[in-house]
Design a protein around this ligand. Structure first.
Ligand code: M6R
Length: 607
Protein backbone atom coordinates (compact mmCIF):
# COMPACT_ATOMS: atom_id res chain seq x y z
CA UNK A 1 0.00 0.00 0.00
CA UNK A 2 1.05 3.65 0.19
CA UNK A 3 4.55 4.38 1.42
CA UNK A 4 6.02 7.36 3.25
CA UNK A 5 9.50 8.75 3.67
CA UNK A 6 10.56 12.00 5.30
CA UNK A 7 14.06 13.42 5.74
CA UNK A 8 15.66 16.12 7.91
CA UNK A 9 19.40 16.56 7.56
CA UNK A 10 22.23 18.07 5.58
CA UNK A 11 22.07 15.84 2.48
CA UNK A 12 20.21 16.84 -0.70
CA UNK A 13 16.73 15.68 0.26
CA UNK A 14 15.20 15.16 -3.20
CA UNK A 15 17.61 12.45 -4.27
CA UNK A 16 17.43 10.70 -0.94
CA UNK A 17 13.62 10.76 -0.94
CA UNK A 18 13.34 9.34 -4.45
CA UNK A 19 15.76 6.56 -3.52
CA UNK A 20 13.73 5.83 -0.37
CA UNK A 21 10.58 5.66 -2.47
CA UNK A 22 12.28 3.19 -4.78
CA UNK A 23 12.81 0.91 -1.81
CA UNK A 24 9.12 1.21 -0.99
CA UNK A 25 8.05 0.21 -4.50
CA UNK A 26 7.44 -3.36 -3.38
CA UNK A 27 4.48 -2.24 -1.28
CA UNK A 28 2.50 -1.56 -4.47
CA UNK A 29 1.63 1.93 -5.75
CA UNK A 30 0.38 3.80 -8.77
CA UNK A 31 1.89 7.28 -8.38
CA UNK A 32 4.62 8.96 -6.40
CA UNK A 33 5.81 12.38 -5.36
CA UNK A 34 8.12 14.45 -3.20
CA UNK A 35 8.11 17.87 -1.57
CA UNK A 36 11.29 19.67 -0.53
CA UNK A 37 11.88 23.08 1.00
CA UNK A 38 14.17 24.98 -1.32
CA UNK A 39 14.81 28.72 -1.65
CA UNK A 40 12.50 29.27 1.32
CA UNK A 41 9.55 27.66 -0.48
CA UNK A 42 7.94 24.23 -0.62
CA UNK A 43 8.31 22.65 -4.05
CA UNK A 44 6.29 19.58 -5.03
CA UNK A 45 6.99 17.14 -7.86
CA UNK A 46 4.58 14.25 -8.34
CA UNK A 47 3.77 11.85 -11.10
CA UNK A 48 1.41 9.08 -11.99
CA UNK A 49 3.32 5.87 -12.79
CA UNK A 50 6.58 4.46 -11.57
CA UNK A 51 9.43 5.92 -9.53
CA UNK A 52 11.50 6.22 -12.70
CA UNK A 53 8.80 8.55 -14.10
CA UNK A 54 9.11 10.66 -10.96
CA UNK A 55 12.90 10.57 -11.19
CA UNK A 56 12.75 11.86 -14.79
CA UNK A 57 10.37 14.60 -13.68
CA UNK A 58 12.41 15.93 -10.74
CA UNK A 59 14.90 18.59 -11.95
CA UNK A 60 18.46 17.41 -11.61
CA UNK A 61 20.35 18.93 -8.72
CA UNK A 62 17.18 20.06 -6.96
CA UNK A 63 18.33 21.62 -3.73
CA UNK A 64 16.65 21.22 -0.35
CA UNK A 65 17.52 19.82 3.02
CA UNK A 66 14.16 18.72 4.34
CA UNK A 67 11.44 16.89 2.55
CA UNK A 68 8.70 14.28 2.37
CA UNK A 69 7.91 11.64 -0.22
CA UNK A 70 5.06 9.26 -0.91
CA UNK A 71 4.02 6.32 -3.05
CA UNK A 72 0.23 6.28 -3.50
CA UNK A 73 -2.02 3.25 -3.93
CA UNK A 74 -5.30 4.84 -4.94
CA UNK A 75 -8.34 4.52 -2.67
CA UNK A 76 -10.22 7.81 -3.17
CA UNK A 77 -9.95 9.34 -6.61
CA UNK A 78 -8.41 8.05 -9.78
CA UNK A 79 -4.74 7.54 -10.48
CA UNK A 80 -3.35 10.84 -11.78
CA UNK A 81 -0.72 13.46 -11.00
CA UNK A 82 -3.11 15.66 -9.03
CA UNK A 83 -4.28 12.94 -6.68
CA UNK A 84 -0.70 11.86 -6.00
CA UNK A 85 0.88 13.05 -2.74
CA UNK A 86 2.34 15.29 -1.29
CA UNK A 87 -0.62 17.65 -1.03
CA UNK A 88 -0.15 21.37 -0.47
CA UNK A 89 -2.58 23.78 1.18
CA UNK A 90 -3.87 26.73 -0.86
CA UNK A 91 -1.06 29.03 0.26
CA UNK A 92 1.58 26.45 -0.59
CA UNK A 93 3.05 26.71 2.92
CA UNK A 94 1.98 23.34 4.33
CA UNK A 95 2.61 19.95 2.74
CA UNK A 96 1.56 16.51 3.88
CA UNK A 97 1.80 12.88 2.91
CA UNK A 98 -0.77 10.45 4.27
CA UNK A 99 -1.28 6.69 4.43
CA UNK A 100 -4.66 5.34 5.49
CA UNK A 101 -8.26 6.33 4.96
CA UNK A 102 -10.09 9.33 6.43
CA UNK A 103 -13.65 8.14 6.93
CA UNK A 104 -15.19 11.55 7.73
CA UNK A 105 -13.49 13.37 4.86
CA UNK A 106 -16.78 14.30 3.16
CA UNK A 107 -18.03 16.22 6.18
CA UNK A 108 -14.63 17.84 6.77
CA UNK A 109 -14.29 18.80 3.13
CA UNK A 110 -17.73 20.39 3.05
CA UNK A 111 -16.92 22.45 6.14
CA UNK A 112 -13.52 23.51 4.79
CA UNK A 113 -15.02 24.44 1.41
CA UNK A 114 -17.64 26.55 3.20
CA UNK A 115 -14.74 28.31 4.90
CA UNK A 116 -13.18 29.08 1.52
CA UNK A 117 -10.57 26.33 1.19
CA UNK A 118 -10.17 25.21 -2.40
CA UNK A 119 -9.61 21.51 -3.04
CA UNK A 120 -7.71 20.42 -6.12
CA UNK A 121 -7.68 16.64 -5.73
CA UNK A 122 -10.34 13.99 -5.19
CA UNK A 123 -8.48 12.42 -2.29
CA UNK A 124 -9.57 12.05 1.30
CA UNK A 125 -6.00 13.03 2.28
CA UNK A 126 -6.28 16.59 1.05
CA UNK A 127 -8.60 17.52 3.96
CA UNK A 128 -5.66 16.97 6.30
CA UNK A 129 -3.45 19.63 4.74
CA UNK A 130 -6.25 22.22 4.73
CA UNK A 131 -7.14 21.38 8.31
CA UNK A 132 -3.53 21.84 9.41
CA UNK A 133 -3.31 25.13 7.49
CA UNK A 134 -6.58 26.35 9.04
CA UNK A 135 -5.34 25.56 12.56
CA UNK A 136 -1.75 26.77 12.14
CA UNK A 137 -0.69 29.63 14.39
CA UNK A 138 3.08 29.34 14.18
CA UNK A 139 3.45 25.84 15.66
CA UNK A 140 3.21 22.94 13.21
CA UNK A 141 3.20 20.29 15.90
CA UNK A 142 0.23 21.90 17.65
CA UNK A 143 -1.66 22.30 14.37
CA UNK A 144 -1.06 18.64 13.46
CA UNK A 145 -2.34 17.51 16.86
CA UNK A 146 -5.45 19.65 16.61
CA UNK A 147 -6.06 18.46 13.05
CA UNK A 148 -5.73 14.75 13.73
CA UNK A 149 -8.14 15.03 16.65
CA UNK A 150 -10.80 15.94 14.09
CA UNK A 151 -10.07 12.92 11.89
CA UNK A 152 -11.97 9.64 11.93
CA UNK A 153 -10.22 6.74 10.26
CA UNK A 154 -6.64 5.66 9.88
CA UNK A 155 -3.57 7.70 9.24
CA UNK A 156 0.17 7.79 9.16
CA UNK A 157 1.01 11.41 8.34
CA UNK A 158 4.12 13.47 7.87
CA UNK A 159 3.74 17.24 7.57
CA UNK A 160 6.11 20.14 6.92
CA UNK A 161 5.67 23.90 6.95
CA UNK A 162 7.50 26.44 4.86
CA UNK A 163 8.03 28.71 7.88
CA UNK A 164 9.56 25.97 10.06
CA UNK A 165 12.65 24.97 8.09
CA UNK A 166 14.36 21.72 8.96
CA UNK A 167 11.35 20.29 10.78
CA UNK A 168 8.90 17.45 10.16
CA UNK A 169 5.93 16.37 12.24
CA UNK A 170 4.56 12.83 12.04
CA UNK A 171 1.41 11.34 13.55
CA UNK A 172 -0.02 7.88 13.57
CA UNK A 173 -3.33 6.12 14.00
CA UNK A 174 -3.58 2.71 12.39
CA UNK A 175 -0.96 3.21 9.66
CA UNK A 176 2.65 2.45 10.53
CA UNK A 177 5.21 5.16 11.10
CA UNK A 178 8.80 4.67 12.15
CA UNK A 179 11.44 7.24 13.14
CA UNK A 180 14.99 6.51 11.96
CA UNK A 181 17.77 8.13 13.98
CA UNK A 182 20.88 8.87 11.97
CA UNK A 183 24.06 10.83 12.51
CA UNK A 184 22.83 14.45 12.50
CA UNK A 185 19.92 13.37 10.34
CA UNK A 186 16.46 11.92 10.98
CA UNK A 187 14.01 9.94 8.91
CA UNK A 188 10.32 9.20 9.11
CA UNK A 189 8.99 6.29 7.12
CA UNK A 190 6.12 3.87 6.79
CA UNK A 191 8.53 0.96 6.98
CA UNK A 192 12.18 0.39 7.67
CA UNK A 193 13.11 -0.73 4.16
CA UNK A 194 12.95 2.94 3.10
CA UNK A 195 15.66 3.97 5.56
CA UNK A 196 17.77 0.89 6.27
CA UNK A 197 20.49 2.16 3.92
CA UNK A 198 20.99 5.13 6.27
CA UNK A 199 20.31 3.94 9.80
CA UNK A 200 19.39 0.87 11.81
CA UNK A 201 18.32 2.74 14.93
CA UNK A 202 14.59 3.20 14.98
CA UNK A 203 11.66 4.13 17.15
CA UNK A 204 8.23 2.76 16.32
CA UNK A 205 5.56 5.42 16.68
CA UNK A 206 2.32 4.10 18.20
CA UNK A 207 -1.29 5.03 17.58
CA UNK A 208 -2.18 8.33 19.20
CA UNK A 209 1.43 9.55 19.20
CA UNK A 210 3.00 12.50 17.44
CA UNK A 211 6.68 12.91 16.66
CA UNK A 212 8.41 16.19 15.97
CA UNK A 213 11.76 15.88 14.22
CA UNK A 214 14.75 18.03 13.33
CA UNK A 215 18.14 16.84 12.08
CA UNK A 216 19.53 16.57 15.62
CA UNK A 217 16.50 16.04 17.78
CA UNK A 218 13.14 14.36 18.14
CA UNK A 219 10.26 14.60 20.59
CA UNK A 220 7.44 12.14 20.99
CA UNK A 221 4.20 13.05 22.71
CA UNK A 222 0.55 12.10 22.79
CA UNK A 223 -2.39 14.16 21.61
CA UNK A 224 -2.75 15.66 25.08
CA UNK A 225 0.80 17.03 24.86
CA UNK A 226 2.22 14.59 27.40
CA UNK A 227 5.77 13.55 26.54
CA UNK A 228 6.06 9.84 25.67
CA UNK A 229 9.32 8.02 26.37
CA UNK A 230 10.25 5.68 23.54
CA UNK A 231 12.70 2.85 23.26
CA UNK A 232 15.29 2.99 20.49
CA UNK A 233 15.36 -0.38 18.70
CA UNK A 234 17.90 -1.89 16.38
CA UNK A 235 16.96 -3.35 12.97
CA UNK A 236 18.75 -6.64 12.38
CA UNK A 237 18.11 -6.79 8.61
CA UNK A 238 21.06 -6.08 6.34
CA UNK A 239 20.85 -3.84 3.31
CA UNK A 240 21.87 -6.76 1.04
CA UNK A 241 18.76 -8.63 2.16
CA UNK A 242 16.55 -6.06 0.48
CA UNK A 243 18.60 -6.12 -2.73
CA UNK A 244 18.02 -8.63 -5.56
CA UNK A 245 21.58 -9.95 -5.41
CA UNK A 246 21.72 -11.00 -9.05
CA UNK A 247 18.28 -12.62 -9.25
CA UNK A 248 15.91 -11.43 -11.95
CA UNK A 249 13.13 -10.91 -9.44
CA UNK A 250 12.66 -10.74 -5.70
CA UNK A 251 10.11 -13.53 -5.99
CA UNK A 252 12.70 -15.88 -7.49
CA UNK A 253 15.24 -14.92 -4.83
CA UNK A 254 12.73 -15.45 -2.05
CA UNK A 255 11.65 -18.86 -3.36
CA UNK A 256 15.26 -19.98 -3.59
CA UNK A 257 16.05 -18.69 -0.09
CA UNK A 258 13.64 -21.14 1.51
CA UNK A 259 16.11 -23.76 2.77
CA UNK A 260 17.71 -20.93 4.79
CA UNK A 261 14.54 -19.16 5.82
CA UNK A 262 12.96 -22.40 7.05
CA UNK A 263 16.14 -23.13 8.99
CA UNK A 264 16.00 -19.68 10.60
CA UNK A 265 12.39 -20.27 11.64
CA UNK A 266 13.39 -23.39 13.58
CA UNK A 267 16.85 -22.37 14.81
CA UNK A 268 17.19 -22.38 18.60
CA UNK A 269 13.64 -23.64 18.93
CA UNK A 270 14.16 -27.39 18.99
CA UNK A 271 15.01 -28.90 22.33
CA UNK A 272 16.73 -32.24 21.60
CA UNK A 273 17.10 -33.22 25.22
CA UNK A 274 13.37 -33.24 25.88
CA UNK A 275 12.41 -33.78 22.23
CA UNK A 276 10.14 -30.77 22.14
CA UNK A 277 9.69 -27.33 20.66
CA UNK A 278 10.78 -24.24 22.52
CA UNK A 279 9.06 -20.96 21.70
CA UNK A 280 10.28 -18.33 24.09
CA UNK A 281 8.05 -15.44 23.05
CA UNK A 282 4.64 -16.92 23.76
CA UNK A 283 4.49 -15.33 27.21
CA UNK A 284 2.52 -18.31 28.54
CA UNK A 285 3.33 -20.40 31.58
CA UNK A 286 3.38 -24.20 31.35
CA UNK A 287 0.07 -24.31 33.23
CA UNK A 288 -1.49 -21.89 30.76
CA UNK A 289 -0.21 -23.92 27.82
CA UNK A 290 -1.52 -27.09 29.38
CA UNK A 291 -4.95 -25.60 29.84
CA UNK A 292 -5.34 -24.73 26.13
CA UNK A 293 -8.29 -26.71 24.77
CA UNK A 294 -8.75 -25.01 21.42
CA UNK A 295 -6.67 -23.03 18.93
CA UNK A 296 -8.17 -20.51 16.50
CA UNK A 297 -6.15 -18.92 13.76
CA UNK A 298 -6.95 -15.67 11.96
CA UNK A 299 -5.20 -14.31 8.89
CA UNK A 300 -5.61 -13.18 5.28
CA UNK A 301 -4.42 -14.45 1.90
CA UNK A 302 -1.37 -16.68 1.97
CA UNK A 303 -1.09 -16.36 5.74
CA UNK A 304 -4.62 -17.74 6.01
CA UNK A 305 -3.64 -20.80 3.99
CA UNK A 306 -0.60 -21.24 6.24
CA UNK A 307 -3.03 -21.04 9.15
CA UNK A 308 -5.14 -23.82 7.60
CA UNK A 309 -2.05 -26.03 7.37
CA UNK A 310 -1.24 -25.05 10.97
CA UNK A 311 -4.72 -26.04 12.16
CA UNK A 312 -4.35 -29.42 10.47
CA UNK A 313 -0.96 -30.02 12.11
CA UNK A 314 -2.21 -28.97 15.53
CA UNK A 315 -5.13 -31.36 15.36
CA UNK A 316 -3.18 -34.30 14.01
CA UNK A 317 -0.01 -33.91 16.09
CA UNK A 318 -1.19 -32.23 19.28
CA UNK A 319 -4.81 -33.48 19.14
CA UNK A 320 -6.03 -29.98 19.97
CA UNK A 321 -9.13 -28.83 18.06
CA UNK A 322 -7.96 -26.05 15.74
CA UNK A 323 -9.56 -23.96 13.03
CA UNK A 324 -8.43 -21.17 10.74
CA UNK A 325 -10.68 -18.31 9.71
CA UNK A 326 -10.41 -15.25 7.51
CA UNK A 327 -9.72 -12.33 9.85
CA UNK A 328 -11.92 -10.04 7.74
CA UNK A 329 -14.91 -12.32 8.33
CA UNK A 330 -14.30 -12.99 12.00
CA UNK A 331 -14.18 -9.33 12.88
CA UNK A 332 -17.73 -8.57 11.83
CA UNK A 333 -19.53 -11.62 13.12
CA UNK A 334 -19.32 -10.82 16.80
CA UNK A 335 -17.05 -13.79 17.55
CA UNK A 336 -17.59 -15.88 20.67
CA UNK A 337 -14.45 -15.93 22.80
CA UNK A 338 -14.34 -19.02 24.96
CA UNK A 339 -12.06 -19.76 27.89
CA UNK A 340 -9.04 -21.98 27.33
CA UNK A 341 -8.80 -20.91 23.71
CA UNK A 342 -5.69 -19.39 22.27
CA UNK A 343 -5.77 -17.35 19.07
CA UNK A 344 -3.00 -16.87 16.53
CA UNK A 345 -2.89 -13.83 14.26
CA UNK A 346 -0.70 -14.83 11.31
CA UNK A 347 0.76 -12.10 9.14
CA UNK A 348 3.98 -11.72 7.19
CA UNK A 349 3.89 -7.92 7.33
CA UNK A 350 2.33 -7.65 10.77
CA UNK A 351 0.36 -4.70 9.41
CA UNK A 352 -2.59 -6.26 7.54
CA UNK A 353 -5.59 -4.20 8.60
CA UNK A 354 -8.10 -7.06 8.47
CA UNK A 355 -5.94 -9.21 10.74
CA UNK A 356 -4.99 -6.38 13.07
CA UNK A 357 -8.57 -5.19 13.59
CA UNK A 358 -9.82 -8.75 14.12
CA UNK A 359 -7.06 -9.25 16.69
CA UNK A 360 -8.06 -6.08 18.52
CA UNK A 361 -11.72 -7.13 18.52
CA UNK A 362 -10.75 -10.49 20.02
CA UNK A 363 -8.55 -8.82 22.64
CA UNK A 364 -11.38 -6.46 23.58
CA UNK A 365 -13.48 -9.54 24.27
CA UNK A 366 -10.76 -10.91 26.55
CA UNK A 367 -9.01 -13.31 24.16
CA UNK A 368 -5.32 -14.08 24.30
CA UNK A 369 -3.95 -13.48 20.79
CA UNK A 370 -0.46 -14.59 19.81
CA UNK A 371 1.21 -13.35 16.64
CA UNK A 372 3.08 -15.32 13.99
CA UNK A 373 4.77 -12.54 12.05
CA UNK A 374 7.84 -11.76 10.02
CA UNK A 375 8.40 -8.01 10.23
CA UNK A 376 9.98 -7.30 13.59
CA UNK A 377 8.45 -4.34 15.38
CA UNK A 378 5.34 -4.26 13.18
CA UNK A 379 1.96 -3.59 14.75
CA UNK A 380 0.56 -7.10 15.20
CA UNK A 381 3.54 -8.43 17.17
CA UNK A 382 3.68 -5.26 19.23
CA UNK A 383 0.01 -5.43 20.16
CA UNK A 384 -0.30 -9.19 20.51
CA UNK A 385 -0.02 -10.98 23.83
CA UNK A 386 3.07 -12.86 22.70
CA UNK A 387 4.06 -14.88 19.68
CA UNK A 388 6.67 -16.12 17.28
CA UNK A 389 8.81 -14.19 14.84
CA UNK A 390 9.47 -16.36 11.80
CA UNK A 391 12.72 -14.58 10.85
CA UNK A 392 12.28 -15.05 7.09
CA UNK A 393 14.15 -11.82 6.40
CA UNK A 394 12.57 -9.12 4.24
CA UNK A 395 9.97 -10.43 1.82
CA UNK A 396 9.82 -7.85 -0.94
CA UNK A 397 7.87 -9.52 -3.78
CA UNK A 398 4.15 -8.89 -3.47
CA UNK A 399 3.49 -12.61 -3.83
CA UNK A 400 4.28 -14.19 -0.50
CA UNK A 401 6.48 -17.30 -0.69
CA UNK A 402 9.12 -17.84 1.97
CA UNK A 403 6.83 -16.45 4.67
CA UNK A 404 4.36 -19.29 4.01
CA UNK A 405 6.88 -22.06 4.66
CA UNK A 406 8.20 -20.33 7.76
CA UNK A 407 4.73 -19.64 9.13
CA UNK A 408 3.88 -23.31 8.90
CA UNK A 409 7.22 -24.14 10.53
CA UNK A 410 6.14 -22.03 13.53
CA UNK A 411 2.96 -24.11 13.76
CA UNK A 412 4.92 -27.38 13.55
CA UNK A 413 7.07 -26.25 16.49
CA UNK A 414 4.04 -25.16 18.51
CA UNK A 415 2.24 -28.43 17.73
CA UNK A 416 5.28 -30.45 18.80
CA UNK A 417 5.53 -28.52 22.04
CA UNK A 418 1.82 -28.90 22.81
CA UNK A 419 1.87 -32.59 21.88
CA UNK A 420 4.86 -33.28 24.10
CA UNK A 421 3.06 -31.63 27.02
CA UNK A 422 0.17 -34.02 26.41
CA UNK A 423 0.22 -37.47 24.86
CA UNK A 424 3.38 -37.56 22.71
CA UNK A 425 6.25 -39.66 24.05
CA UNK A 426 9.90 -38.64 23.89
CA UNK A 427 10.72 -41.03 21.05
CA UNK A 428 7.88 -39.82 18.86
CA UNK A 429 8.94 -36.24 19.71
CA UNK A 430 12.51 -37.02 18.63
CA UNK A 431 11.22 -38.49 15.35
CA UNK A 432 9.25 -35.31 14.69
CA UNK A 433 12.33 -33.20 15.38
CA UNK A 434 14.26 -35.32 12.91
CA UNK A 435 11.58 -34.74 10.30
CA UNK A 436 11.49 -31.01 10.90
CA UNK A 437 15.28 -30.82 10.71
CA UNK A 438 15.28 -32.67 7.39
CA UNK A 439 13.25 -29.88 5.79
CA UNK A 440 16.05 -27.61 4.50
CA UNK A 441 17.66 -30.59 2.76
CA UNK A 442 14.38 -31.78 1.21
CA UNK A 443 13.51 -28.27 0.08
CA UNK A 444 16.94 -27.94 -1.51
CA UNK A 445 16.29 -31.15 -3.39
CA UNK A 446 12.98 -29.75 -4.72
CA UNK A 447 14.74 -26.56 -5.78
CA UNK A 448 17.44 -28.55 -7.59
CA UNK A 449 14.69 -29.89 -9.85
CA UNK A 450 13.16 -26.50 -10.61
CA UNK A 451 14.28 -26.36 -14.25
CA UNK A 452 11.99 -29.28 -15.08
CA UNK A 453 9.05 -27.00 -14.36
CA UNK A 454 9.97 -24.45 -17.01
CA UNK A 455 8.70 -26.42 -20.05
CA UNK A 456 5.56 -27.37 -18.13
CA UNK A 457 4.88 -23.74 -17.26
CA UNK A 458 5.45 -22.69 -20.88
CA UNK A 459 3.10 -25.38 -22.13
CA UNK A 460 0.21 -24.20 -19.97
CA UNK A 461 0.95 -20.47 -19.78
CA UNK A 462 -1.83 -19.57 -22.19
CA UNK A 463 -4.61 -21.40 -20.37
CA UNK A 464 -7.62 -19.30 -19.43
CA UNK A 465 -8.41 -21.25 -16.26
CA UNK A 466 -6.44 -23.60 -14.06
CA UNK A 467 -7.72 -25.80 -11.24
CA UNK A 468 -5.56 -26.75 -8.25
CA UNK A 469 -6.65 -29.86 -6.40
CA UNK A 470 -5.39 -31.35 -3.17
CA UNK A 471 -6.70 -33.02 -0.05
CA UNK A 472 -6.09 -33.12 3.67
CA UNK A 473 -3.08 -31.10 4.72
CA UNK A 474 -2.41 -30.32 1.06
CA UNK A 475 -5.86 -28.85 0.40
CA UNK A 476 -4.76 -25.39 1.65
CA UNK A 477 -1.61 -25.83 -0.45
CA UNK A 478 -3.83 -26.19 -3.53
CA UNK A 479 -5.61 -22.97 -2.52
CA UNK A 480 -2.24 -21.27 -2.16
CA UNK A 481 -1.11 -22.58 -5.58
CA UNK A 482 -4.21 -21.04 -7.17
CA UNK A 483 -3.66 -17.73 -5.36
CA UNK A 484 -0.02 -17.58 -6.48
CA UNK A 485 -0.92 -18.21 -10.11
CA UNK A 486 -3.78 -15.75 -10.29
CA UNK A 487 -2.03 -12.90 -8.54
CA UNK A 488 1.11 -12.84 -10.65
CA UNK A 489 0.00 -14.29 -14.00
CA UNK A 490 -3.62 -12.96 -14.00
CA UNK A 491 -4.81 -16.37 -15.15
CA UNK A 492 -8.07 -17.37 -13.53
CA UNK A 493 -7.25 -20.15 -11.08
CA UNK A 494 -9.27 -21.93 -8.40
CA UNK A 495 -8.23 -24.29 -5.65
CA UNK A 496 -10.51 -27.05 -4.44
CA UNK A 497 -10.43 -30.12 -2.35
CA UNK A 498 -9.97 -32.86 -4.96
CA UNK A 499 -12.99 -34.58 -3.39
CA UNK A 500 -15.17 -31.57 -4.06
CA UNK A 501 -14.78 -31.36 -7.82
CA UNK A 502 -17.54 -33.88 -8.42
CA UNK A 503 -19.87 -31.49 -6.58
CA UNK A 504 -19.57 -28.85 -9.26
CA UNK A 505 -16.15 -27.81 -10.56
CA UNK A 506 -15.80 -30.93 -12.71
CA UNK A 507 -18.23 -29.20 -15.08
CA UNK A 508 -15.31 -26.95 -16.02
CA UNK A 509 -13.19 -29.82 -17.27
CA UNK A 510 -12.62 -29.98 -21.02
CA UNK A 511 -9.73 -30.64 -23.41
CA UNK A 512 -8.09 -27.30 -22.72
CA UNK A 513 -8.48 -26.64 -18.99
CA UNK A 514 -5.50 -27.90 -16.98
CA UNK A 515 -5.83 -29.28 -13.46
CA UNK A 516 -2.87 -29.37 -11.11
CA UNK A 517 -3.15 -32.38 -8.81
CA UNK A 518 -1.19 -32.63 -5.55
CA UNK A 519 -0.54 -36.33 -4.96
CA UNK A 520 1.64 -36.92 -1.93
CA UNK A 521 2.45 -40.36 -0.70
CA UNK A 522 -0.04 -40.23 2.18
CA UNK A 523 -3.28 -41.84 3.33
CA UNK A 524 -5.27 -39.87 0.77
CA UNK A 525 -3.08 -40.70 -2.24
CA UNK A 526 -5.46 -43.30 -3.69
CA UNK A 527 -8.47 -41.04 -3.25
CA UNK A 528 -6.75 -38.17 -5.06
CA UNK A 529 -5.65 -40.52 -7.81
CA UNK A 530 -9.29 -41.54 -8.34
CA UNK A 531 -10.21 -37.88 -8.69
CA UNK A 532 -7.38 -37.48 -11.19
CA UNK A 533 -8.75 -40.39 -13.22
CA UNK A 534 -12.21 -38.76 -13.20
CA UNK A 535 -10.66 -35.67 -14.76
CA UNK A 536 -8.72 -37.71 -17.34
CA UNK A 537 -11.90 -39.61 -18.24
CA UNK A 538 -13.35 -36.23 -19.25
CA UNK A 539 -10.33 -35.44 -21.41
CA UNK A 540 -8.95 -32.92 -18.91
CA UNK A 541 -5.24 -32.05 -19.01
CA UNK A 542 -3.42 -32.96 -15.82
CA UNK A 543 -0.23 -31.67 -14.27
CA UNK A 544 0.65 -33.78 -11.24
CA UNK A 545 2.96 -33.10 -8.34
CA UNK A 546 3.84 -36.64 -7.38
CA UNK A 547 6.34 -38.47 -5.25
CA UNK A 548 9.44 -40.12 -6.72
CA UNK A 549 8.61 -43.66 -7.84
CA UNK A 550 4.83 -43.21 -8.18
CA UNK A 551 4.78 -44.79 -11.65
CA UNK A 552 1.02 -44.98 -11.82
CA UNK A 553 0.73 -41.20 -11.66
CA UNK A 554 3.57 -40.96 -14.17
CA UNK A 555 1.55 -43.06 -16.64
CA UNK A 556 -1.74 -41.17 -16.29
CA UNK A 557 -0.80 -37.51 -15.91
CA UNK A 558 0.16 -35.38 -18.90
CA UNK A 559 3.03 -33.78 -17.04
CA UNK A 560 4.61 -34.55 -13.69
CA UNK A 561 6.85 -32.65 -11.32
CA UNK A 562 8.53 -35.15 -9.02
CA UNK A 563 9.12 -34.39 -5.36
CA UNK A 564 11.29 -36.44 -3.02
CA UNK A 565 9.71 -38.96 -0.68
CA UNK A 566 9.13 -37.59 2.81
CA UNK A 567 6.99 -38.13 5.85
CA UNK A 568 3.34 -37.18 5.36
CA UNK A 569 3.37 -33.96 7.36
CA UNK A 570 6.20 -32.48 5.29
CA UNK A 571 4.49 -32.58 1.90
CA UNK A 572 2.99 -29.08 2.18
CA UNK A 573 6.57 -27.75 1.90
CA UNK A 574 7.50 -30.00 -1.00
CA UNK A 575 4.26 -29.26 -2.86
CA UNK A 576 4.01 -25.53 -2.33
CA UNK A 577 7.48 -24.70 -3.64
CA UNK A 578 6.83 -26.16 -7.13
CA UNK A 579 3.53 -24.27 -7.16
CA UNK A 580 5.32 -21.02 -6.34
CA UNK A 581 7.80 -21.76 -9.12
CA UNK A 582 5.05 -22.75 -11.55
CA UNK A 583 3.30 -19.40 -11.00
CA UNK A 584 6.64 -17.61 -11.36
CA UNK A 585 7.57 -19.30 -14.65
CA UNK A 586 4.08 -18.81 -16.11
CA UNK A 587 4.18 -15.12 -15.20
CA UNK A 588 7.62 -14.81 -16.78
CA UNK A 589 6.40 -16.49 -19.95
CA UNK A 590 3.51 -14.03 -20.12
CA UNK A 591 5.80 -11.06 -19.50
CA UNK A 592 4.03 -10.01 -16.30
CA UNK A 593 5.43 -7.68 -13.68
CA UNK A 594 6.27 -10.53 -11.32
CA UNK A 595 7.27 -8.57 -8.23
CA UNK A 596 4.64 -5.88 -8.46
CA UNK A 597 1.54 -7.37 -10.05
CA UNK A 598 -1.25 -5.03 -11.06
CA UNK A 599 -3.70 -3.72 -8.44
CA UNK A 600 -1.91 -5.45 -5.59
CA UNK A 601 -0.01 -4.15 -2.59
CA UNK A 602 2.46 -5.97 -0.39
CA UNK A 603 0.98 -4.86 2.83
CA UNK A 604 -2.76 -4.27 2.83
CA UNK A 605 -3.22 -1.63 5.48
CA UNK A 606 -6.81 -0.70 4.59
CA UNK A 607 -9.93 -2.74 5.20
O1 M6R B 1 1.23 -9.53 5.48
P1 M6R B 1 0.18 -10.58 5.55
O2 M6R B 1 0.72 -11.95 5.63
O3 M6R B 1 -0.82 -10.31 6.65
O4 M6R B 1 -0.61 -10.44 4.19
C1 M6R B 1 -1.78 -11.16 3.95
C2 M6R B 1 -2.14 -11.11 2.49
O5 M6R B 1 -2.40 -9.79 2.09
C3 M6R B 1 -1.03 -11.70 1.60
O6 M6R B 1 -0.71 -13.00 1.97
C4 M6R B 1 -1.46 -11.67 0.14
O7 M6R B 1 -2.52 -12.54 -0.09
C5 M6R B 1 -0.28 -11.99 -0.77
N1 M6R B 1 -0.34 -11.16 -1.93
C6 M6R B 1 -0.24 -13.40 -1.20
O8 M6R B 1 0.80 -13.67 -2.05
Amino acid sequence: MCGIIGYCGPKPAAELLVEGLRRLEYRGYDSAGICVRTGGKLVVHKKKGKIKDLRDHVPEGLDGETGIGHTRWATHGEVNDTNAHPHLDVTGRVAIVHNGIIENFDALREKLEDDGYVFVSETDSEVIVHLIASLYDGDLERAVKQAVMLLKGTYGIVAMHQDEPGKLVGARNGSPLVLGIGDHEMFLASDVTAIIAHTKQVIYIEDGEVVSVTADNYQTSDLKNRAVDKKVEFISWELEEIEKEGYAHYMEKEIIEQPDSILRAMQGRLDHEYATGHLGGLNMSRQELLSVERVKIIAAGTSYYAGMVGAYVLESVARIPATAELASELRYRNPIVEPNTVYFAVSQSGETADTLYAMRELQRKGARVLGICNVVGSTIPRESDGGVYIHSGPEIAVASTKAFTSQITAFYLFALMMARMRHLGIEAGARMIEQIESLPRLVEEVLRRKETLIPIARKYAHADDVLFLGRGINYPVALEGALKLKEISYIHAEGYSAAEIKHGPIALINEVTPSVFLIPDDGLRDKVLSNLKEVKARKGRVIALAVDGDDEVGRIADDVFWVPKASELLYPYLMVIPLQLFAYYVALELGRNVDQPRNLAKSVTVE
